[in-house]
Design a protein around this ligand. Structure first.
Ligand code: UTP
Length: 306
């Protein structure tokens, strides 16, 4: 039993950050999308903070271009810290030195070519070896005010040894826009047992309305399938293909999210995230609100004139 627990402990998270970020060009021409800021933090920092709060202590960041800028962000900035200290800027000093808790470890590994999410995840296999691991897609910012779904998924893996993915209910008529969970039983305790995944099914063919979002806790078996995977849709190695195989071999859970989520890989979701977090900030909110109301009013007038 003791060994069992050791085997199921989830201590590592893979954060893929090697995509091209084409939806944000030209901003992402020289800078990774994951360094775009929501208010005053790059989106990758939200991902690390969420993983840390879920008990993860080792983060494997899969980089493409702009690796140095991510390393610098999480590094201790000696010169900057020294200057801020001398100038008595203590709040700013804290902001730059507390980016990463002291017991968190970061590893960086390069994905030579952006050959897909499955390929990016497999780039971490030498580090995860035969351990289970979490995957955090930094594009998705999950608000973890009341609960941290990744923490629940880690707990679930440690109890059952079964992989899981976070899922969200979408309107049935929109299933063709998403990766959908192929459920094999009723949802109980927010756990939806699954026998696989269906990519963008038409509503009449969709096995559920539970769409996959960017948080995963995966068994070591996934790395085996990714090692031998051949490119699927769009010439890319798909993580979902490996998950589908594992679901049939070992079972799988969708964990139904109740958290607010922003898709920061998309320009609209990214702006919403900025406004949401800005409106949570006691300094910014009262200053921003009159401007937002005024903009909304002007937008209404333009619409009625048309
Ligand atoms: P996306 O498909 O949303 O990212 O991948 P993208 O390809 O960078 O975005 P667009 O569509 O061109 O704007 C989800 C996550 O997986 C990573 C991305 O960096 C992002 O965090 N990813 C994707 C990789 O690390 N490698 C890949 O080959 C593909």
């Amino acid at each position: 039993m003791g060994n069992q627990n050791v085997k199921h402990k989830v201590t590592k998270a893979i954060i893929p950050a090697a995509g091209l970020g084409t939806r944000f060009l030209p901003a992402t021409k020289a800078m990774p999308k994951e360094m775009l800021t929501v208010v005053n933090k790059p989106i990758i920092q939200y991902a690390v903070e969420e993983g840390y709060a879920a008990g993860i202590r080792e983060f494997i960041i899969i980089t493409g271009r702009g690796k140095a800028v991510m390393e610098n962000h999480f590094d201790h900035p000696y010169e900057l810290a020294d200057t801020l200290q001398k100038r008595g800027k203590m709040a700013e000093l804290e902001a730059v030195t507390n980016v990463l808790p002291s017991d968190a470890r970061l590893y960086y590994t390069r994905q030579g070519q952006p050959l897909g999410l499955g390929h990016a995840v497999h780039c971490a296999s030498a580090i995860t070896q035969d351990e289970p691991f979490a995957v955090i897609l930094p594009d998705d910012i999950i608000c973890t005010g009341t609960e941290n779904p990744l923490a629940e998924m880690v707990k679930m893996y440690e109890e059952t040894g079964t992989s899981s993915v976070l899922v969200e209910e979408v309107p049935m008529e929109k299933t063709a826009n998403y990766g959908i969970l192929d459920v094999s039983g009723a949802v109980e305790n927010r756990r939806a047992p699954a026998k696989g995944f269906v990519e963008k099914p038409k509503p009449e063919e969709a096995p559920s309305n539970l769409s996959v979002i960017g948080r995963y806790v995966l068994s070591p078996r996934h790395m085996h399938h990714l090692a031998t995977a051949t490119p699927g849709k769009g010439g890319e190695i798909q993580l979902t293909d490996a998950m589908h195989k594992v679901a049939q071999e070992e079972g799988f859970y969708g964990f139904v999210s109740q958290s607010k989520r922003f898709d920061c890989g998309d320009k609209v979701g990214f702006q919403m995230a900025n406004l949401y977090f800005a409106m949570q900030d006691p300094f910014i909110a009262p200053r921003l609100q009159p401007f937002l109301l005024q903009q909304a009013d002007q937008f209404d007038r333009r619409q009625t004139k048309r």
